[in-house]
Ligand binder design. Structure first.
Ligand code: PMP
Length: 405
């Protein structure tokens, strides 16, 4: 069998692999607690369901324009204006199969082999792999102080004549931090002066807590939509908890969108009409669903913080948004992959190794679950890691036995 060198070098998605392991354990009847999930427990908004069901009922489901149906693009234009105070044209929008595909198409469109893209650690797992998939080079910038906030000085030092883009994800997966307004302003100005694309992955931007508002990168650019180097990626997966509908989009200058359309036309043609209708329903329907989700997440974040504060040796930066936090478990084990497997096997708790996000020694814990699961999940992790705890505990009839690492 012949498999290309590049394809062979692409890592398995660790989150999807852990989901699969957890699913298999659950199928065997094990009481698995999932603190690894990148999706909330909510049902899809009613407007999304009605809108897609109405389309499906017509039975007339054909190809759509590659860049998305005009009514969805119109809804995205309105969303962009309301959320970013930036009026873009429908020609600045392309709809893809999730933010993931939007980002991949964008990287394919703007990068040549050996071009460099700066990725800020901790980062979303897929960035480095996607960059490699188009024969470009990810350049990881890790804050020297071990924290989660990037510094301009460190970024500037990593920029070379090959740098084509910087990816910024704030609110950030996996740390949950929101970068400061000053930082966003500095990086917009830096990228525009240098002619480097600033790719803002804004997939969590409305899911912020404690009254915080993430800065809009568009408010700092002095350039118009056609000449700006700011490109934003967005979607419905996180905002409405509609992960399975697979709709995301990119906002970019027309010249980039035109090429992205060619790329998408030759690979996937378009996303499904039924799912585009669902996205349009969500974007034009009642927006209180977003606030309900946000409030649930904020409450869950508070519960998670309370549980972690009572966990000796664990240091956690309080998340300002997203579904996640990234506590430092180095006091227990410096190898996060080993720790994750130990916790799944012994405590039946799914977590995600920080190593995959460029932060070894940390675990990404998701609070996009129930309060009960957060409390029990952390309780079980504490039990598994506490040398003075009893060696065995019962969950219902099931006995958990702890072995030392
Ligand atoms: N960016 C980030 C930071 C994410 O966390 C995710 C999903 N986990 C995506 C992009 C992809 O989202 P989508 O489901 O729209 O492809």
């Amino acid at each position: 069998m012949s498999i290309s060198q590049l394809a062979r070098s692409i890592a398995e998605s660790p989150t999807l692999a852990l989901n699969e392991q957890a699913r298999l354990l659950r199928e065997r009847g094990e009481a698995v607690i999932h603190l690894g999930a990148g999706e909330p427990k909510n049902k899809a908004p009613i407007n999304a369901i009605l809108s897609s069901a109405a389309k499906l009922n017509t039975g007339d489901i054909k190809y759509t324009p590659t860049d998305g149906i005009p009514s969805l693009k119109k809804a995205i234009v309105r969303y962009t204006e309301e959320s970013y105070d930036r009026l873009v044209a429908p020609e600045n929008v392309m709809v893809s199969g999730g933010a993931k595909q939007a980002l991949f198409n964008l990287l394919f469109t703007i990068l040549n082999p050996q071009d460099e893209v700066i990725v800020l650690a901790p980062y979303w797992v897929s960035y480095p792999e996607m960059i490699r998939m188009v024969y470009a080079v990810p350049v990881i910038v890790t804050p020297e102080d071990g924290g989660f906030y990037p510094r301009m000085k460190e970024i500037e030092q990593a920029v070379s004549s090959y740098t084509r883009a910087i990816i910024v994800n704030s609110p950030n997966n996996p740390s949950g931090v929101v970068y400061s307004k000053e930082f966003i302003q500095q990086i917009v100005e830096f990228c525009e002066t240098k002619g480097i694309y600033l790719i803002m992955d804004d997939i969590y931007h409305k899911l912020v807590f404690d009254g915080k508002v993430p800065a809009s990168p568009y408010s700092f650019t002095r350039k118009d939509t056609e000449s700006t180097h700011v490109i934003s990626i967005n979607g419905i997966s996180k905002l409405y908890g509609m992960t399975g509908f697979r709709i995301g989009w990119v906002i970019a200058p027309k010249k980039i969108i035109e090429v992205m359309i060619n790329v998408q036309a030759q690979t996937t043609s378009c996303t499904s009409l039924i799912l585009q209708a669902a996205a349009e329903g969500a974007l034009t329907g009642l927006q209180s669903v977003v606030e309900t989700l946000r409030l649930t997440l904020e409450n869950n974040r508070n519960v998670m913080m309370q549980e972690l504060q009572a966990f000796s040796g664990i240091h956690t930066t309080k998340p300002d948004g997203t579904y996640y936090c990234l506590p430092d478990f180095r006091a227990y084990n410096k190898n996060s992959v080993e720790l994750c497997h130990f916790l799944l096997k012994k405590a039946l708790v799914v977590t995600v190794p920080g190593k995959e996000f460029g932060m070894e020694g940390h675990l990404r814990l998701s609070y996009a679950t129930t309060v009960k699961d957060i409390k029990q999940g952390i309780e079980r992790i504490k039990w598994a890691l506490d040398p003075s705890a009893p060696n065995e505990i019962y969950i219902g009839e099931r006995k958990l036995v702890r072995d030392w690492l």
